[in-house]
Write a protein that binds this ligand. Structure first.
Ligand code: GDS
Length: 210
């Protein structure tokens, strides 16, 4: 197996679910941190398939698109469910996470000052589908799909983390999700990662809004 390298800006952004998956799976990886000055030069952007980061190297294999990177790691680390139906449900959850992540990104990068209040107002309704899915799986005491952690759990956990910063009370009416965050945060390797200095120093988003 080759060495893992994550090339990304010094933010959580679309890199953090990948980092959490790797950390929780006991994997090591190289952080190739790209600051604005390096990015502005444009050479790296030229190398990126869609002109954007994150970029991920697994040995000589290079991949772009954050969700494709998560899925690649899922296939290689047994994080894609127990059978084809669980894999399909994990894809469904991950697409739901992506839909809300895009709305969040729009708020942060395009509409923060004027959109924040309405966004927070609508947030519990946006998160409730995940609460319902959890309730349907083992009474909400476990993971989002099946009996083992999977890639979509890391992506959902990151989505919940960033929303808890934006709106600390957003899970007040969603007790299963609140318990899910506490339970996953307490996984030993994930806890070490979440409490690391590197993680604490990292801004959530590229423009400093959160
Ligand atoms: N679908 C891709 C993925 O999932 O990997 C999206 C990757 C992506 O958006 N990467 C961003 C990037 O490389 C950093 S994440 N930007 C540098 C560039 O484009 O040159 N993206 C749409 C999305 O998330 O789908 C965005 O809205 C990103 N915003 C989120 S940051 C601008 C500013 O600061 O306002 N200069 C950059 C804003 C920006 O890239």
């Amino acid at each position: 197996p080759g060495e893992y390298t994550l090339t990304y800006f010094p933010v959580r952004g679309r890199g953090e679910a990948i980092r959490m998956l790797l950390a929780d799976q006991g994997q090591e990886w190289i952080e190739d941190v790209v600051n604005g000055e390096i990015w502005q030069k444009g050479d790296l952007k030229q190398l990126c398939v869609f002109g954007q980061l994150p970029r991920f190297q697994d040995g000589n294999f290079i991949l772009h698109q954050s969700n494709a990177i998560l899925r690649h790691l899922a296939r290689n680390h047994g994080l894609y469910g127990q059978d084809a139906k669980e894999a399909a449900l994990l894809d469904m959850v991950n697409d739901g996470v992506e839909d809300l992540r895009l709305k969040y990104g729009h708020l942060i990068y395009q509409n923060y000052e004027s959109g924040k209040a309405a966004y927070i107002e609508a947030l519990p309704a946006e998160l409730r589908p995940f609460e319902k899915l959890l309730a349907q799986n083992d009474g909400g005491k476990g993971f989002i799909v099946g009996k083992q952690i999977a890639f979509a759990d890391y992506n959902l956990l990151d989505l919940l983390h960033v929303h808890l910063v934006l709106a600390p009370n957003c899970l007040a009416s969603l007790p299963l999700l609140a318990g899910y965050v506490q339970r996953l945060n307490a996984r030993p390797l994930l806890k070490d990662f979440l409490e690391s200095d590197a993680r604490k120093k990292r801004f959530i988003n590229g423009n400093g809004k959160q």
